[in-house]
Each structure stands twice: as C-alpha cells, then as structure tokens.
Design a protein around this ligand. Structure first.
Ligand SMILES: NC(=O)c1ccc[n+]([C@@H]2O[C@H](COP(=O)([O-])OP(=O)(O)OC[C@H]3O[C@@H](n4cnc5c(N)ncnc54)[C@H](O)[C@@H]3O)[C@@H](O)[C@H]2O)c1
Length: 326
C-alpha cells in the first residue's frame, strides 16, 4: 500500500513525507518544482526525501491529466492521497490569478478523477485554507460558519476545491476530507511567508513591512502539529455507506490567535536583533484576524496542537541561521 503526496517537495508535503517514511510507509511524491519561490529549496527538501527508503518521486504538473492518469495506472496500490500541491499565497493571486485556477481547480479535478478509479483508495485528504473564511469577523472561525465571501481568488479556489470534493463524494462515494490549514510555520518553510520575510530583512538590516499598522492577529500553527493532524486524519477515513456524503471539512490551527507584533518580538529575540518596522496600510486580499475553532478536529482525530510560537519560532530561527549560514 502506498500513499500519494502531491506537493511533496513543498513545505508541508516534505514534512509529511518524512513522518510517513519514518513510520515505514511507502510514499509516492509528485511536484512540478515550480519557481513561485526559490526552487533550490524544493530541490533540497526533495534530495533529503530521495535519500530515504520507500520514497519515489515523479516530477509532473497535477493539471496534466494524461500524466496523472498514467501515474494512477502504474500505482494501483495507492491507499491514501494527501493532496497538497496548490498555488499558495494570498497576495500573488492578485498578480497571477490563472496560476490558481490551473493548479487549484483544474489540478484538483484531475486528482479527483484519478482517485475515483483507484481500486484500493481508502481516503483522499486535501489542503484547504483559513482563507475560505474571507471577510468573516466572528472569531474563532468555525466549520459551521458561512464561507461564501472570499476576499482573495486564492480563498475562492480553496472553497471551490471543497465544493468540488462534496460533489465527488456524492457522485462517486469517494471518501474525502478537507483540512483548512491556518498560517503554518517551521523549519524548511516558505520564503514568501511572513516569518521568512522578517528573518531575511532583519538580518540584512532592512525595514520589515507590517500591514494594517501591526493590528493583525494570526492563528500560527507549527508544522509538526499540522503534520500530526494530517496523519491522524489520513488514517481515519470519512465513514461511507450512510445517508451522508463521505466528505468532511475541518480546521487545523493552533487554536490561539496571536498579535502580529508579538510574533515579531519573538523573532527579534531569537535573532538577537531589533527590527526596523515599516508600518503600511492593509493589503488587498488580506484579513485582519484568523483564529481556528478546532473542537471537531480534536474530537474526531485527537488533534491537540502542542507548540506555542514561543517554542516554534526559536526552532525556526535556529534552522534558518544554519541552513542559510546567516
Ligand atoms: N503554509 C500555510 O500556511 C498554508 C495555509 C493554508 C493552506 N495551505 C495549503 O497547504 C498546501 C501546502 O502548502 P505549503 O505551504 O506546503 O506550500 P508549498 O508551495 O511549499 O507547497 C506546494 C507544492 O506544490 C507544488 N505545486 C504547485 N502547483 C503544482 C502543480 N500544478 N503540479 C504539481 N505540483 C505543484 C509546488 O511546487 C510546491 O512544492 C497548499 O495546498 C496550500 O494552499 C498552506
């Protein structure tokens, strides 16, 4: 039995693959290694995975139907899919919207079509995002809240993935679970995200841009906590055969909404340097606060995040200094 991870050279996919391989499972990784951020970091993650037993990699774009069909025909023993390959990033969706429909809508459809033909498939888990909550102001965000007012195309495509999944669960009885991730950070993380931008600029002595004059809050989630939640979910497929479609959506966050300025202070402290702050107005596509209600995730998967930012950020800073020699 194999697990297919799409986006395996990405931040979360890499960490997930490491954990699954550590459990002795066979992992098939797929990624197109695109240059949305430095592909050298993706190659470095991949090199670590390729050095391990049980890992096979295929470089391909998930929106290429023929290639994904051929992959599914080759690995008929796939029992689980964790679909993480997406065009991520809120702000970039204002710059290159077509990248989002290609990877997140077309790519998701190609995977759903391949999945429904896999004879041994037990569970298809896919990454959604806190961005589906869009302009909602009621905190914490609950999966029972409406999610029909996205403020970015990224959020709209993640919501689209959820709605498409519901239809595939109903039409084909495909067991699917969508996980709404909340601002994930940690070693081997994404250079386009706030923690990396802050570390790079602080070390270079450059001012850091802080939007909405710093009046922002995020439910920052450490990557090891996210991965533990994904594995627990993967191993507990949505029940099928009842009157409801086998599709559920859950929040995976830290269940703590931290002020952005506190996040910056911890990074400053770990780096031993003060940041010069360039306060800027709110950016289009951004939201002021995120905060995950994880009650259902804890109840159904035993998900209990255990890493506060006071612990996770210093670990990230130590990795960053070591990896970049900074
Ligand atoms: N990191 C976060 O804070 C966060 C928050 C919410 C949701 N998510 C979601 O979690 C998933 C993983 O995010 P991440 O932070 O690891 O991002 P990432 O960009 O590091 O990983 C995604 C990987 O997918 C690959 N990819 C993108 N489009 C592809 C395509 N068309 N075909 C094949 N490969 C493709 C990229 O090359 C990349 O390696 C994404 O779906 C993202 O939307 C992440």
């Amino acid at each position: 039995m194999s697990i297919l991870i799409t986006g395996a050279a990405g931040f979360i996919g890499f960490h997930l693959a490491e954990v699954l391989l550590g459990q002795g499972r066979r992992v098939i990784g797929v990624d197109n290694l695109n240059d949305y951020y430095d592909p050298a970091l993706k190659e470095a993650r991949l090199a670590r995975l390729q050095a391990r037993n049980g890992f096979t990699f295929h470089k391909m774009d998930i929106s290429e139907r023929v290639r994904v069909e051929a992959l599914a025909a080759e690995y008929t023993d796939i029992s689980g899919i964790v679909h993480l390959a997406s065009q991520a990033g809120v702000r970039y969706s204002l710059v290159n919207p077509y990248a989002y429909t290609r990877a997140n809508v077309e790519g998701h459809l190609v995977l759903l079509e391949a999945a429904r033909r896999l004879p041994e498939l037990k569970h298809f888990v896919y990454a959604s995002s806190s961005s589906v909550y869009g302009a909602n102001t009621k905190l914490p965000f609950s999966v029972d809240d409406r999610t029909d007012n996205p403020v970015s195309l990224y959020g709209a495509t993640k919501k689209t993935m959820e709605v498409m999944s519901e239809s595939y669960a109903r039409m084909w009885g495909l067991p699917l679970t969508g996980l709404r991730f909340f601002t994930v950070y940690g070693p081997w993380g994404r250079p386009d995200m706030a923690a990396f931008i802050f570390m790079r600029k602080i070390l270079a002595g450059e001012p850091i841009p802080v939007f909405n004059n710093g009046d922002m809050q995020r439910d920052f989630t450490y990557v090891d906590d996210i991965v533990a939640g994904v594995v627990a979910c993967l191993d507990k497929p949505t029940p099928s055969g009842g009157s409801e479609a086998p599709h559920r959506v859950y929040n995976i966050g830290n269940n703590r909404s931290e002020p952005l300025m506190r996040f910056i202070e911890i990074i400053e402290h770990a780096l031993g340097r003060k940041a010069e702050i360039d306060f800027q107005p709110m950016q289009p596509g951004d939201v002021k606060a995120t905060f995950a209600d994880i009650e259902a995730t804890t109840r159904d998967f035993g998900f209990v995040p255990s890493t506060p930012i006071d612990e996770g950020l210093p670990t990230l800073v130590a990795w960053y200094r070591d990896y970049y020699g900074a």
